[in-house]
Design a protein around this ligand. Structure first.
Ligand SMILES: C[S@@+](CC[C@H](N)C(=O)[O-])C[C@H]1O[C@@H](n2cnc3c(N)ncnc32)[C@H](O)[C@@H]1O
Length: 338
């Protein structure tokens, strides 16, 4: 047995109890191998419902390795899945669409449905974007939102495919608003809504974060230095009971720069002001090099300065399919109660 297969077997054995628990909850989307912490940095293996997604980030897998990995997973799970190997090690981390190493079947490349907590999510092993349509390390945060959104108005910022919004709707939120500037991502969010017709409809705002959140917070909208202000959807100032702020590590737009390393505050401050007086703000930071203690201190200080001191806070950690040897998982999530 190859070293990789051995490491994978250990990882699968380690997950037995977790997978049984997840299956019992109606969840079939999870990480099976988290390479950076389980012996093969730059390799991840995830199940997305019927699909098995293998991704390499640092170097391509040799062609004879992939079938062995698929076989090991299928034997452990006692399931036949539809495998897709995406090599993201090339320039710019884009998926190698030539797919020279491993040919995925047509069925594996079709749209599928994955489940989390009984909810249905669109899964698509290859698409125009880089990342899978559901971020698995955010599962515990989605579950928290589902348990705490009954009767609340919920604002899902940087909504991507609206997984958090869907969880809030399933938790009985009175109103769910998903905000993202990428229409393609919101379109998948709409599909996720359609896949769960038992839930009340969600709202979608396609807008850059900065003008939208600044309007909601009652702050003036500003352009980047020396630039003309591009058009943006108009919103009235208002606050939400539960706000989720899960920005990408870095993104530049005409209105400003999302930069979790240098400037979390300019994202956080308006989000604080758009959260109700006795509301909850859940904020995330997925940058591995930011230690949780430092970031937490920064967040609490920023809230204090913004006149929104935090009454209680709690950390949500990714589940055990994202093991962390040093107890410092890249995705950090803080629940702030006011
Ligand atoms: C890391 S994903 C967020 C994950 C999401 N919270 C979830 O639950 O899956 C980042 C998202 O931010 C969006 N985005 C990046 N910069 C933005 C900006 N300036 N304004 C609005 N959305 C932005 C991207 O389109 C993408 O959907």
């Amino acid at each position: 047995m190859s070293f990789l297969n051995q490491a994978l077997s250990v990882a699968l054995d380690r997950r037995q109890a977790l997978l049984a628990e997840l299956h019992a909850q109606g969840t079939d989307c999870y990480r099976l191998f988290h390479g950076s912490q389980e012996g093969a940095a730059g390799l991840t293996i995830d199940r997305y419902g019927p699909q098995l997604l293998i991704q390499s980030f640092h170097e391509s897998l040799a062609s004879d390795v992939v079938p062995g990995l698929i076989d090991t997973v299928q034997r452990h799970l006692g399931l036949e899945l539809l495998p897709v190997y995406n090599d993201r090690s090339g320039g710019n981390s884009r998926i190698d669409r030539q797919d020279s190493v491993f040919q995925a079947s047509e069925a594996a490349l079709q749209d599928g449905v994955g489940h989390e907590g009984g909810l249905k999510y669109r899964v698509r092993a290859r698409h125009a974007g880089q990342d899978p349509l559901l971020f698995l390390d955010l599962r515990n945060a989605r579950s928290w939102v589902r348990q705490h959104s009954a009767g609340k108005s919920v604002l899902n910022l940087f909504a991507y495919t609206c997984g958090v919004g869907l969880s809030a709707a399933a938790g009985g939120a009175r109103e769910v608003c998903n905000l993202d500037f990428a229409e393609g991502n919101l379109a998948v969010g709409r599909e996720n809504g359609t896949l769960n017709p038992q839930l009340p409809p969600m709202q979608f705002i396609q807008s850059d974060y900065f003008p939208a959140i600044r309007q909601l917070a009652g702050l003036p909208v500003t352009a980047r230095r020396g630039q003309k202000l591009p058009a943006y959807p108009r919103l009235l100032p208002r606050q939400y009971d539960l706000v989720l702020l899960d920005p990408p590590a870095w993104a530049k737009s005409a209105f400003g720069t999302v930069d979790l390393w240098r400037d979390y505050q300019s994202l956080l401050k308006p989000a604080l002001l758009a959260t109700a007086e006795d509301g909850v703000l859940i904020c995330c930071n997925n940058l591995a090099k930011v230690p949780i203690d430092e970031w937490q201190e920064q967040v609490l200080r920023c809230a204090e300065k913004a006149g929104r001191p935090v009454r209680e806070w709690q950390v949500i950690r990714p589940a055990d399919d994202f093991p962390s040897l040093d107890n410092q998982p890249p995705l950090k999530t803080l629940v702030l109660q006011f």
